[in-house]
Ligand binder design. Structure first.
Ligand SMILES: O=C(O)CCC(=O)C(=O)O
Ligand SMILES: [Fe+2]
Length: 233
């Protein structure tokens, strides 16, 4: 339940506890979720499935495609669900809630409490994502950037530690279905024109995610490695 793999490697350490549940497609045996939060996890997930449906339609239409397009390619049917607990830190300058990163997923929906701490990188400045009661933060993941050929861009983000706490958040990472995980993903053909040439290669999802696991500790975006014309990032 506790993830703090950074502890022995860095002077600055991760300062959070995590309960993780993986739903391949929409399935998870309820027995695999601790009884203390089983009902809440399944209720929350039921609502996330509705949110996913609305976003899939809206994003497909925003790309100029049929509203069922993203649902059809099964790029977000599975979910990796994190309940995050960031304790107050006695030394915030030596800890990070979440180190800077870009989600490797297709899309992530985050519900944060009112403590603050989430920041996005915009034009080389870290900007606070101020909590809004009842609002979800939707992060575009690197896989969405790949399949939209940079039309939708992934944002780099982090969570800073604070003397105040705890901070609580729930992150629901949408990833391909079990069938989709056996497939390759590349830029959607209908989005490619002479004036919008293909930026990324078609990549087997298994290679994409294995590469992410290898590179995760370097905290660099993995997309540049999948460019048709590879330039050192
Ligand atoms: O806790 C948050 O607000 C964001 C967490 C996050 O970005 C992540 O786990 O990938
Ligand atoms: Fe993230």
């Amino acid at each position: 339940m506790t993830i703090n793999g950074e502890f022995r490697r860095n002077h600055v350490v991760n300062w959070r506890d995590t309960l993780a549940c993986t739903f391949l497609d929409d399935d998870l045996d309820p027995e695999d979720v601790p009884p203390v939060c089983r009902k809440e996890v399944f209720d929350y997930l039921e609502n996330m499935v509705k949110v996913r449906g609305l976003l899939a339609e809206g994003l497909s239409e925003a790309l100029g495609l049929d509203k069922d397009f993203l649902d059809g390619i099964e790029c977000m049917k599975s979910k990796y669900f994190l309940c995050l607990y960031y304790p107050a830190s006695p030394e915030p300058e030596l800890t990070f809630g979440s180190f800077r990163h870009q989600d490797a997923t297709f899309m992530t929906a985050v519900l944060q409490d009112n403590m603050g701490g989430l920041q996005v990188l915009y034009q080389d400045n870290w900007i606070d994502v101020k909590p809004i009661q009842g609002a979800l933060v939707i992060n575009i993941g690197q896989l969405m950037q790949l399949i939209t050929n940079d039309k939708f861009k992934c944002v780099e983000h982090r969570v800073v530690s604070s003397y105040n706490g705890p901070r609580l958040s729930i992150a629901c990472f949408f990833t391909p279905s079990s069938g989709g995980q056996m497939k390759s993903y590349g830029p959607i053909k209908d989005l490619l024109f002479e004036t919008n040439p293909q930026i990324y290669k078609e990549v087997p999802y298994a290679d994409y995610i294995n590469f992410h696991q290898i590179k995760i500790r370097e905290r660099i975006p993995i997309l540049p490695f999948f460019k048709v014309r590879y330039n050192e990032p």
